[in-house]
Unconditional design. Sequence first.
Lengths: 272, 261
Amino acid sequence: MQARKYLWTVDTPQNARGWLGSAALVLVVVMVLHWSAQGAQLSIGELAAGLPQIGDFLSRTMPPDLSILPRLWGPALETLQIALWGTLLGVILAVPLSFLAARNLCRNPVLYHGTRQFLNITRSINELILALIFVSAVGLGPFPGVLALAIHGLGMLGKFFAESIEEIDQGPIEALQATGARPLQVIVFGVLPQVITAWIAVVLYRFEVNLRSATVLGMVGAGGLGFELVSSLKLFKYPETATCIIVITVMVVAADTISSRLRNAIQSGNNH
Amino acid sequence: MISVRQLTKQYGSNAVLRGIDLDIAAGEFVVILGQSGAGKSTLLRCMNRLVQADAGTLTVAGMDAIACCDTRALRQQVAMIFQHHNVVPRLSVLKNVLTGRLGAVNTLASVLQLFRREDIDLAMQCLQRVELAHKAQQRTDSLSGGQMQRVGIARALAQRPKVILADEPVASLDPKTSRLVLQYLRDATRELGITVVCNLHQVDYAREFGDRIVGLAHGRMVYDGGPDGLTEDVLHRIYPGQEPEAEDEQATAGLQVRYAN
Ligand SMILES: Nc1ncnc2c1ncn2[C@@H]1O[C@H](COP(=O)(O)OP(=O)(O)OP(=O)(O)O)[C@@H](O)[C@H]1O
Ligand SMILES: [Mg+2]
């Protein structure tokens, strides 16, 4: 008899109980998936039935109405401005909070846990929901968009900043404390130099994400390109919608490219 | 300069220092020897209050290091050198030395990276003492381990301290570099009249550099005297159970065997 060429190297259960356990696990997973599919009303049939309509919609967007491009210039810039200030405000708020949310800097457990929870909460609320809240608070326009991005970004950045502070080498910090330096001096000379490149990279990434979010914030009345997109949809001007989507895509891709170039440059400049 | 009476320190039920009595005169270079876990680092860290002692009295540079209310004033007078040098890697060499001035300068100015000309001149002088003035503008992480430790020494000197505490300053350096680093430390402090308390693991260096040697075992002093008094018998008391030289020989023997294979 010929030796078998392949051996199955997967760890299989050793006994009946093991097999039973695995079978039960598989059963549970299948049941959960089936239950979720029903809840979400997954249906191949409906997708198939809807395909012609999707095709119809796409054909009606063709050709994109490029004549409105000059009109989109303003909202596009506004989107960029919203993303810029949303990111900046987020950073400004996140930096001081991150010192409180870093276990190795904040010795007060109440302050530490309180700040962590605050960051968790702000992070867990979606930008669109925040934008809705701020629109009702300060009225329609780009400013509520800025606030929404700032608050959500604060949660995201604050957590990341705090985690990168917790990862730094504690030795230099102790050495600075041993020179009699004050806490602020320890932060500026001991903490920031160790985290700054990681922070810049994540702020650039945050800007990228915020630009993407800023394009949809307009849907709830918070300024930018999203507003144009929704109005054209509501007026059934699909060729204009197509142009909006093209502009959004170009902007996001450009921001992605530039920011990833910058991040690479920073990281390689860091490792020389 | 340093006066210790019945100093004790416990971590939970682990009594690390069990009543230390020690007087160190100004300008002395004292080496502390002891096995790993003997309490050398703890003793040193009590002296600049990185560790809070439990009981006893401890006066360093005229200040009470157990109960004084101004820890920063104490730390300005008592500089520290660490085993892993603990310099900030991304800062320039000069700026690392300048951090030694942080306790003495205006907070706002220093945070804005403004230092007085005197402070910068002082930092450069300290760098000259360890012969690294030509590297002042380089990033510190481009230096070798021995050079970084010399930056650590320069930072300590820049504090203009009365006392320097050195916790195993050469434990991660090769023998030649170790000797060089200790020479820089001894020459600079001798010239400036700074008192040094230095933890070491190598008996040879203790003999070569110490004006006086203190042996610590299980939180108690078991020897206090000149380098000449370090007899076999004394070393047995400092390193109970195992002689350090024998250990070294075994280690090298082990290496040779491994190379032979
Ligand atoms: N922060 C701490 N918490 C709890 N125990 C500690 C702490 N620091 C030190 N110890 C304990 O105190 C004892 C003495 O430690 P210490 O660092 O003073 O020894 P050492 O003589 O410096 O040793 P080594 O030569 O290894 O540096 C050890 O048993 C250690 O486990
Ligand atoms: Mg130690």
